[in-house]
Design a protein around this ligand. Structure first.
Ligand SMILES: Cc1ncc(COP(=O)(O)O)c(C=O)c1O
Length: 435
């Protein structure tokens, strides 16, 4: 719900990472994304400690799609994390930040030839293959570059996780991967095993995001393991790696209960020990957490610009950001909690809808939230915005994207500069008069 270092002082002012948010707003302007290093590192360590309990030790790959920039890649490298990237742009960000390519997993249901060649040239640790077309494309590029492509096949295991349909990916009719039905995955395995420049290292399955139940994660690992056993029995092929994806839910609301990581990994450990055929090394278990590493580390600070009552008695509070910096409420009705800096921890006495500044009626950040009396120029702080906010930000209405600032131990560091009006026209070319 809040960063681990979140503190409200006697004047109801909020600090994160030992710095008051009003001081950050003064220094960097608003809207402002603030990330707490302590929270990020604590979450990374939870994954590393849990996966170190496995034999052989597992590996966590942070899902860069949740939030990535060069400084984040540097922090992840320093922490010994793996990194899941889904595009040439994410790969470039990681490599230019000095990230070790052997701990990079290259994902995505569409990879262009250029991206495949880029990843192979960079010698990424694994590529996750999503379709037969892609398998052939990787084979051709690997052949051209005279190398072996280490791949995992993405499997859709037929698990319907309880989450919003836009972020559900484990069901058979998902656009991702090879369904474990009608022989679809079998065909991909056979093809991968016969292609000379493909080294099939294992399977991957990601069942969705923001999942609270623990069972689907365990069931996912079990399905991948049993499928591997089938291949061992039929072809003598055994995986080095089983990647069970990400998707651990995060507490956006006080009633949310996050799944217990250690319990899930513990159940997977006993299952792997029990099911691995005698004489074989158990596969390494990989996980790809995004949201559960970065969501709670982030808050967004906005300035209240407008407060108005509309016919029917509803109150709007409009801030200087909105769907351009946080599309999730408009995209899939995500709910956020917020506080007013200087009135934090005071009882919510008025119900308002927090609207953004963008030219869409649907640009609503929080519908019907109880807040203490809100005044113009107040700073509104929205919690849990570390994941899929900056990463999904746009320049709709040509509004420059906010800055990202990291805080730790009373210090702040600019991670991504606020965009400027010059940035807005950077790629524009003048009208030439051509008809
Ligand atoms: C393949 C894959 N792995 C990992 C993730 C990260 O999921 P989350 O941020 O919910 O942990 C995603 C998110 O969509 C994904 O598609």
């Amino acid at each position: 719900m809040t960063p681990d270092t979140y503190v409200v002082d006697q004047s109801h002012r909020i600090s994160v990472g030992g710095i008051r948010l009003d001081a950050l707003a003064e220094k960097y302007g608003t809207p402002l994304y603030v990330l707490d290093q302590t929270t990020i590192v604590n979450r990374i360590r939870q994954y590393q400690e849990a996966l170190n309990e496995l034999t052989p030790a597992g590996q966590a790959f942070y899902a860069g799609k949740a939030f990535i920039c060069q400084a984040m890649a540097g922090l992840l490298e320093h922490q010994g994390m793996g990194l899941d990237v889904v595009s040439g742009g994410e790969l470039y960000t990681a490599l230019t930040a000095g990230f070790d390519p052997s701990r990079i997993m290259f994902h995505g249901n569409v990879k262009t030839r250029e991206e495949i060649a880029y990843a192979l040239n960079a010698k990424v640790g694994h590529m996750v293959c999503d379709s037969l077309e892609e398998l052939n494309r990787i084979e051709q590029e690997a052949s051209r570059l005279d190398c072996q492509a280490p791949i995992l096949l993405r499997i859709t295991p037929g698990i319907e996780a309880h989450t919003h349909e836009f972020i559900r990916t484990g069901q058979f009719d998902s656009k991702f991967g090879f369904a474990l039905t009608q022989g679809i995955a079998d065909q991909a395995v056979l093809r991968a095993l016969e292609l000379p420049h493909i080294a099939l290292k294992g399977f991957h399955a990601h069942i969705g995001s923001q999942i609270f139940d623990e069972d689907p994660f365990i069931r996912n690992a079990e399905i991948l393991l049993n499928y591997s056993i089938q291949w061992y029995q039929e072809q003598g092929w055994w995986p080095e790696v089983l990647n069970i994806g990400g998707g651990f839910g995060v507490r956006y609301q006080s009633q949310d209960v996050a799944p217990r990581l250690a319990a899930v990994v513990g159940a997977i450990r006993s299952m792997v020990d029990r099911l691995t055929p005698n004489g074989l090394v158990p596969p390494r278990i990989f996980m790809e957490p995004g949201r559960s590493i970065i969501a709670e580390a982030g808050v967004t600070v906005y300035q209240v610009m407008v407060k108005k009552e509309v016919p029917g008695g509803k109150w709007y509070v409009a801030v200087d950001g909105g769907m351009g910096d946080n599309i999730r409420p408009a995209l899939y009705q995500a709910r956020y909690q917020a506080a007013i800096d200087g009135k934090a921890d005071e009882p919510g006495t008025e119900t308002v809808t927090v609207a953004g500044r963008y030219c869409e009626t649907g640009d609503v950040l929080i519908k019907d939230i109880a807040l203490p009396p809100v005044s113009i120029d107040d700073l509104l702080v929205v919690f849990d915005t570390g994941a899929y906010n900056y990463a999904m930000a746009s320049n709709y209405n040509r509004v420059p994207r906010p800055a990202v600032v990291l805080v730790a131990d009373g210090r702040d560091e600019l991670w991504v500069a606020r965009e400027t009006y010059q940035d807005m026209v950077h790629g524009d070319k003048p009208w030439t008069g051509m008809r």
